[in-house]
Design a protein around this ligand. Structure first.
Ligand code: SF4
Length: 306
């Protein structure tokens, strides 16, 4: 069935003309929102555990192990390396070079995605990222989660929407592709607030978005928070309706890197409906088709967020 939104696979096929496999790596970065520089304890939902091997493996070993693990799935794919855990520009430029330079020499690696925070992009780091972007396909992934300052405060992000806007402008001036992460279902957010976040992201002129559903994993700090102060999680139906509306406000050229969350099912506590990833994706597609909804339906309009 044809998708009514611009998928990452479509984008990669157009850009690289071959199968692209993304490898999630862990360079052992911490985060200024964990170590006390900006905050302590991190964002309430932070889990920081994407790499499935030994975290002490160096990056080259991690890449080889991941490639081996996936070797039966695709024949001669190219790879994009995704530095997901922690804040992957939170170090001196010398340290960043130690991590990122060796991987540029791997012939089947065609790009690097660096996940970071909007407040970890000083001039020196930006200058290095610009240099990197001339030598590989570089994408910087920035967590925003919500465009509402009161939500950012309540989830302990420790940055504001204005700081985020400022960082995006700087990256855009350098011609670097930006992917923004947002989360639906954050505590005390209404559907309108979530849709306003999509409108705000659209106004930034970024190249991609990851749309997540808030979920809770067992034995985490967030699990304890939820147990003590339970709040209403979105139903599957609510989520599908909100995502469909968000897509309508996103320009057709924004690549939808993710439209649902991908939790570790062994750890997932709530919502239970996130368990069936492919069923959910199909339900979203079906809803878009049945209601004749396409990404970008409203994106060209003069959008008011209030
Ligand atoms: S910014 Fe990212 S790594 Fe840091 S605490 Fe928040 S979610 Fe975790």
């Amino acid at each position: 069935m044809d998708k009514h939104y611009y998928t990452l696979n479509d984008f990669y096929r157009k850009k690289f003309g071959c199968k692209i496999v993304k490898l999630s790596l862990d360079a052992n970065f911490t985060c200024p929102n964990i170590d006390g520089t900006k905050g302590v304890g991190g964002c309430i939902f932070c889990s920081k555990t994407p790499y499935i091997g030994d975290k002490n493996d160096d990056i080259i070993v991690q890449i080889e192990k991941m490639k081996k693990l996936l070797s039966n799935k695709w024949k001669n794919p190219k790879y994009i390396l995704y530095f997901e855990a922690g804040t992957n520009t939170y170090a001196s430029v010398d340290k960043l070079k130690e991590i990122y330079e060796p991987i540029l020499k791997i012939s089947d690696v065609v790009g690097i995605n660096i996940g970071t925070r909007c407040d970890c992009l000083d001039e020196e780091v930006l200058s290095y990222l610009k240099d990197l972007s001339k030598r590989t396909y570089l994408t910087v992934e920035l967590g925003l989660q919500s465009c509402h300052d009161k939500t950012l405060k309540s989830i302990n992000r420790n940055h504001t929407r204005d700081e985020f806007t400022h960082a995006v402008k700087k990256l855009k001036n350098l011609g670097i592709d930006i992917v923004v992460h947002i989360i639906n279902g954050l505590p005390n957010e209404t559907p309108k607030m979530m849709i306003d976040t999509a409108k705000y992201v659209n106004s930034l002129g970024i190249s991609g978005i990851k749309i997540h559903m808030l979920y809770i994993e067992k034995d985490t700090k967030f699990y304890n928070i939820y147990e003590n102060y339970p709040f209403k999680l979105l139903t599957e139906k609510d989520y599908i309706t909100i995502v469909a509306k968000q897509l309508q406000y996103l320009d057709k050229n924004i690549v939808i890197h993710r439209i649902i969350s991908n939790p570790d099912l062994k750890k997932l506590y709530k919502p239970e409906w996130l368990v069936g990833k492919f069923t959910l994706l199909n339900k979203i597609d079906r809803y878009l088709i049945d209601n004749d909804i396409y990404q970008g339906d409203y994106a060209g309009r003069n959008i008011s967020m209030e």
